[in-house]
Design a binder for this molecule. Sequence first.
Ligand SMILES: Nc1ncnc2c1ncn2[C@@H]1O[C@H](COP(=O)(O)OP(=O)(O)OP(=O)(O)O)[C@@H](O)[C@H]1O
Length: 255
Amino acid sequence: MSLRLDGLRWSAGGRPVLDGLTAAAPGGLLTGVLGPNGAGKSTLLRVVAGALVPDGGRASLDGVDLLAEPRRERARRVALVEQEATSTLPLTVRDAVELGRTPHLPRWGGLTATDHAAVDVALDAAGVAALAERPLATLSGGERQRAHLARALAQEPRLLLLDEPTNHLDVRARQELLRLLGRLTAADVTVVAALHDLNLAAAACDHVVLVDAGRVVAEGPVADVLVPAVLEPVYHVRFDLLTHPRTGRPVLMAS
Ligand SMILES: Nc1ncnc2c1ncn2[C@@H]1O[C@H](COP(=O)(O)OP(=O)(O)OP(=O)(O)O)[C@@H](O)[C@H]1O
C-alpha cells in the first residue's frame, strides 16, 4: 500500500515542526526518512500513526484518508515502533506483544488461537521468543527495541513505521533487522523508517525522503538523494561519495 502525505502541518509552541510536508512511500518498499536532529522525522511518523493530530494536510494509504479513519481501523493497517518506547507497566514481553493484537480482537473478546499464533510468529521474527516470559522492564535497550518491534509485527500492519529502529542494536541484530525488513517488503508490507545512519539507508532503502525544518528537501531513489550536492547543504558537513566494492551501493564519508 502506498503512503501519500500532502502538505502536512503541525506546530508546537507556535513554531512549525511539520511545515507543509509532502512526500510519498511506495507500496511494498523500504522508505528511509532522513534529516538532521529536530527535522521533524518522529513527528511525521507520529502523525501517520495517529498519535498526533496534524493542524492541516492529508495522509492517505492507497487513496484512503488515514486522518479520517477511526483509530482502531487505522491500527489494523498501521503500526509504529517509537524511538525510546519505555514502559513502566509490569508486563512481560509476551503481554506486550499480545497488546499488538488489540485492534484485531472483537470488543469484548479475548485472544483466539489465531491471535496466539500471530504473537508467536512475531516473537520469533523479532528474535525475542526466548525472552517472552521476561518482564519488559528488565530488558536491555536492544532487547526492548526488538520486543516493541514484535508488538508491531503482531499487529500485522500493511504499513510499518519505525523510528530509529537500529539505534540500540548490535551489528548482527542490525543485519537481522534488515533481513526481516526485506522479508516484510517482499510480503508487500510498506516500511517507513526514520534513520540517522546514511550508509544504512544507502545500503538498504529503496526510496529516501530527506527532511529539514519540517519540509522535504529531496526525495527519490538512493542514487539521486544520497549524494554530496544534496546532503551538504542540509547537514553542513562535507561528504565524499564512495562505492561499496561488493554491493555497488553508495557509501558516504563525512569530514
Ligand atoms: N510536543 C512538543 N512540544 C514542543 N516541541 C516539540 C514537540 N514535539 C516535537 N517538538 C520539536 O519539534 C522538532 C522536531 O522534533 P522531531 O522529534 O520530530 O525531530 P526528529 O527529526 O525526529 O529529530 P531527532 O533526529 O533528534 O530524533 C524538534 O525541535 C522538537 O523539539
